[in-house]
Design a protein around this ligand. Sequence first.
Ligand code: FES
Length: 149
Amino acid sequence: MKEFEPVIVAFCCHYCAYTAADMAGTMRLSYPPNVKIIKVPCTGKVGGVHIMRALEKGADGVIVAGCLEGDCHFKDGNVKAAKRVSYVQKLLDEIGMGPERVEMVTLSAGMGERFARIAAEFTESVRALGPNPVKEAPAGRARAAAASS
Ligand code: FES
């Protein structure tokens, strides 16, 4: 049987986290291809709805990665994002999915190594959790299931 390969969505702010991910690439540090990066202007633009939608649409885990505290280029977007992530974690806990599928991290632009390590560790922790139980079935499978019932 094929090993479960988690899909991880990483919302990375343009100024620090995305640059750190880019630096990881420049430094030829490998991190799992499971991590799909979505560049956002600031993590302050990432709402709970975006995180929940990512989980609904197929992500097994979500990382919100922003600037270090005090370094947000939009003043306090990362602080707001941390509060939203915490709220989503509580919701996930209440519905029995576990809060571990969503994580907030902060990085400076020069932390390529840290980005690669976080990406690898988070991928492994989500792999251990197993597939996200609420993600939509792929369209083909959903149609086949509907046709057979
Ligand atoms: Fe990076 Fe706001 S600009 S978190």
